[in-house]
Design a protein around this ligand. Structure first.
Ligand SMILES: Nc1ncnc2c1ncn2[C@@H]1O[C@H](COP(=O)(O)OP(=O)(O)O)[C@@H](O)[C@H]1O
Ligand SMILES: O=C(O)[C@@H](O)C(=O)COP(=O)(O)O
Length: 409
């Protein structure tokens, strides 16, 4: 393997795995740190962790374990994959994880760029935009676990690390990869690099040829396979048919619109945090309901910011999130055991829980359903998944994903 990715959540992992696959690399997603060697012939491995919201010590330990495994597979470059909206808790895992990885790898500079222009995330003058809004006005300020209230990435990162945080502005990036390298400070630093177009990310990829450690969203990987001579290609997909289900634990704006649309045309059931916490809803009861439906049903806990806030005030932020995630994990496990073979999941934390519930250790990446979301196939099983990041996909995403799994559109 040449490039190793440590992803802080599962949707993010499949997002960057798609970028690498489309750039022509043979890639697999590993859910958690594997305890055996990877199959031969892979050029990139993505280790998916559920560390974005974990306590700092745990996130650091898991990231180092992932790094060690990737180094043992031969990787010469490590990418720490974070969200394109730079999601982190107020305690902040991104800075401490990068410090630890830099220590392990001997990195002096860490270029940091979460831009994903195709999905509207751009970094300009150190600030992160979602479309034409600053991050803190994009809806991310209401995220259930990682509210983002500051768009200045230099300030966000500086609050999480003892390292100096430098900045390479768009004007320098536009001058090319040598200009980026020349702009890196002489002393060790984390460096926010602006990118507003894919072309900027390709330039950053070229500049990063000899950098042992990088940090970013999936866009940071756009130009990396070309450094190894890879040529762009569409990943292949073997169709999977059979019963399907949509599981949505994401409360992000895009997901709520997708839920609203899907509900109009398909059987659906809402799960409230209250019902999960008082035990009146269980995975077993939900599975009975799902398996009794004609067509593809939707189970969702997706709720607006006020409902989420009410639940958090009543039961606690972590406790309500954890209980809902465990419900989806158990539900997915029962459904797969009963023949459900197409599962669309909305939400990064939710996807982590579901994939763990399914006991899926290795995922192969198929073609794209939407920017940042590939079809994925669980190794050794007739089971297709789509792990959709909260804010990705258009309103028809769920229907598109289910059809794409069967080979159609
Ligand atoms: N109704 C709800 N009330 C409180 N928390 C919720 C509710 N529904 C989902 N959650 C929690 O919110 C979090 C959503 O995060 P995630 O799945 O990563 O979605 P996204 O990709 O949109 O960020 C999960 O931990 C989930 O369990
Ligand atoms: O970079 C991104 O935006 C995604 O790859 C990602 O990490 C999304 O996280 P969630 O919104 O929590 O699914």
């Amino acid at each position: 393997m040449q490039i190793g990715i440590i992803a802080d959540d599962f949707t993010g992992a499949s997002d960057i795995a798609l970028t690498l696959a489309e750039a022509g690399f043979r890639v697999a997603q590993f859910n958690g740190v594997p305890d055996t060697a990877a199959e031969p012939g892979l050029q990139a491995g993505v280790v998916a962790l559920k560390s974005r919201t974990a306590p700092v010590d745990q996130a650091v330990a898991e990231s180092l374990a992932a790094c060690d495994w990737l180094l043992a597979q031969g990787c010469g470059q490590i990418v720490s994959k974070v969200c394109s909206t730079f999601d982190s808790t107020p305690q902040g895992n991104i800075g401490p994880v990068l410090e630890a990885l830099a220590g392990r790898l001997g990195a002096r500079h860490i270029m940091v760029c979460p831009a994903f222009p195709e999905n509207g995330r751009s970094v300009y003058q150190g600030h992160l935009f979602v479309g034409d809004r600053l991050l803190n006005e994009s809806g991310m300020q209401d995220h259930p676990l990682t509210p983002m209230t500051d768009a200045d990435l230099r300030r966000v990162l500086a609050a999480q690390t003892r390292w100096p945080v430098a900045h390479v502005p768009a004007q320098v990036v536009a001058r090319g990869s040598d200009a980026i390298l020349a702009a890196l400070p002489e002393t060790p630093a984390m460096v926010i690099v602006d990118a507003i177009r894919d072309a900027d990310l390709f330039t950053i990829g070229t500049a990063a040829r000899d950098q042992v450690l990088l940090c970013g969203g999936s866009g940071i990987a756009l130009g990396l396979p070309a450094n190894h001579g890879a040529v762009r290609a569409e990943p292949s997909w073997d169709p999977v048919s059979g019963p399907g289900v949509v599981l949505s634990g994401s409360c992000s704006r895009a997901t709520r619109a997708q839920v609203a649309r899907f509900r109009e045309r398909h059987p659906s059931i809402e799960v409230s945090a209250q019902a999960v916490m008082n035990g009146s809803v269980t995975a077993e009861k939900l599975a009975d309901w799902v398996l009794g439906q004609a067509g593809v049903p939707l189970v969702y806990s997706s709720a607006d910011p006020q409902a989420v806030l009410d639940a958090q005030q009543a039961f606690g932020r972590e406790a309500s999130a954890h209980a809902i995630e465990m419900l989806f994990a158990r539900l997915a496990c029962i459904l797969a055991e009963n023949g459900v073979s197409r599962i669309v999941v909305a939400g990064g934390e939710t996807s982590g829980a579901v994939v763990s519930g399914l006991g899926a250790r290795v995922l192969y990446i198929g073609r794209r359903i939407a920017p940042g979301v590939p079809l994925v196939h669980v190794q050794g099983r007739q089971l297709a998944l789509a792990l959709k990041s909260g804010n990705f996909g258009d309103e028809q995403f769920f229907e598109t994903a289910l059809a794409a799994m069967e080979g159609g559109r």
